[in-house]
Design a protein around this ligand. Structure first.
Ligand code: HEM
Length: 423
């Protein structure tokens, strides 16, 4: 339905459409395959490997008993005795991804075994050298990433069954038992719920390229449903993750050595660099999903929040980062919606924005429960059966930002993107 009272004058909008059509002809249709993104699993690695070639048995043996080695304070001793292994026997992408997962878990355990007050300042060469080499091969930083913790760290108990919580398991663990498993698997379910949204995004970009408003409208409705599904998946965190365990046990192993006053200088990777290196910790801010949605919907974040989010893109597999950049250079959905003067499109666009802001509000509530309230509770009554929670990390997220003001700014900028008929 067109209404001349909406948006630009007809002449102006025709000019915009013409200019866009000129642009579009030179751009190929967008496809997930070009960026190694799975039609079934999105950014999740499909069917990740659980075993490395036998040459890497010393790594796997340590990784497979990481919770025990950390709880008994023996990990560092075992790692110090580990042989220096050559990475040349790692064949193919999936073995490299598993090697990154394994070495990143061992590294986080090694650094944080004795808690935040006694972090390791030097990563021994037998761990640092192969970790940096595998990281270079993959184009990733040598620290635990969302792509390790979640995207590569899953398996189906029954290979024929569906990706439901009951049929899923993780491959490598930290201490934290069922809460750790729940934290990782619920995040995985969020990634899975995003798959129809990512496909809808691709359909939308191609619909704009072809000037097909019907297809665009349908795709935007699909995108909104997928965002709402993500929020539903997120809600499962409450069923599976105990906030006290998350706060006191799990969180430290996700912490990095950049903007972290427990390790102000960073970490020396022995044999790699004499200077300490600084990297942010693992965070779902490194998930490609919301970056892709923000870019597609044309949401502009504040300078400070935007800088942090942009930095997180360097912590993603390079092909996923390239996908976000491709969306950035695709024709603007906002401009197309405005110039189309199609009120149904405007409504569908706004419903996506509202769903995304709701998702972010829900996430803020979760962060309040799992970080802020858990911190306050831990202060008041020292949990007798749990180790001392990390102090330095209290006010900040694992990625090292002033959590709530950052998250609220990101949510508020999302809402500010609502289009009005007079825009
Ligand atoms: C107990 C559960 C969770 C906690 C405590 C938590 C905490 C945080 C924190 C502290 C940040 C700020 C950035 C940083 O410091 O790294 C953040 C950002 C973010 N988190 Fe979570 N998070 C949780 C679960 C999730 C899940 C399951 C997802 C979905 C994939 C998610 C998606 C994001 C995103 C996309 C950002 C960047 C901000 C944005 O785009 O809105 N988080 N989270």
């Amino acid at each position: 339905m067109y209404r001349s009272s909406c948006f630009y004058s007809e002449e102006a909008s025709n000019k915009i459409m013409e200019a866009q059509n000129q642009n579009l002809k030179t751009i190929l249709p967008l496809s997930l395959g070009r960026f190694h993104i799975s039609e079934d699993y999105g950014f999740l690695l499909p069917n990740p490997l659980k075993e490395l070639p036998s040459h890497y048995k010393p790594w796997m043996e340590i990784a497979n008993k990481l919770p025990y080695l950390l709880e008994s304070h023996q990990l560092r001793v075992h790692v110090n005795k580990m042989p220096l292994l050559n990475c040349q026997f790692l064949k193919g992408y999936r073995e490299q991804r598993l090697a990154h997962l394994v070495l990143s878990f061992i590294t986080m355990g090694y650094v944080w075994q004795e808690g935040e007050t006694q972090p390791a300042r030097i990563l021994p060469r037998n761990l640092a050298l192969p970790f940096v080499e595998v990281s270079r091969n993959l184009g990733l930083p040598p620290i635990l990433l969302h792509s390790d913790l979640v995207l590569t760290n899953w398996t189906k108990r029954n290979p024929e069954g569906y990706e439901r919580k009951e049929n899923l398991d993780i491959i490598i663990a930290f201490p934290g038992g069922e809460s750790l498993r729940g934290f990782i698997l619920v995040t995985l379910l969020v990634e899975k719920a995003a798959v129809p949204g990512i496909k809808a995004l691709v359909q939308s970009v191609n619909a704009i390229l072809q000037s097909s408003q019907d297809s665009l409208l349908q795709a935007l409705q699909q995108l909104r449903l997928s965002i709402q599904d993500i929020t539903k998946s997120l809600k499962q965190m409450h069923d599976y993750v105990d906030p006290d365990i998350f706060y006191a046990v799990i969180r430290i192993f996700l912490s990095g050595w950049k903007d972290n006053s427990a390790m102000p200088a960073g970490l020396i990777y022995e044999g790699v660099s004499k200077e300490p290196l600084k990297y942010s910790g693992g965070s779902a801010a490194q998930s490609t999903v919301l970056h892709a949605f923000d870019e597609f919907l044309g949401i502009c974040h504040s300078k400070e929040s935007g800088d942090f989010l942009h930095r997180m893109r360097d912590y993603m597999p390079p092909c996923h980062k390239a996908f976000i950049e491709e969306i950035h250079s695709a024709p603007s959905l906002r401009e197309y919606t405005l110039s189309s003067r199609n009120c149904q499109l405007l409504t569908a666009y706004n419903q996506c924005i509202e769903a995304l802001a709701e998702l972010r509000s829900y996430h803020i509530n979760m962060v309040t429960k799992y970080l802020i309230t858990a911190a306050a509770k831990a202060k008041v009554r020292k949990l007798s059966h749990l180790p001392e929670p990390p102090q330095v990390l209290e006010e900040r997220g694992t990625g090292g930002t002033a959590v709530l003001s950052f998250l609220k700014s990101v949510r508020d900028k999302t809402l500010e993107s609502i289009l009005h008929q007079t825009d």
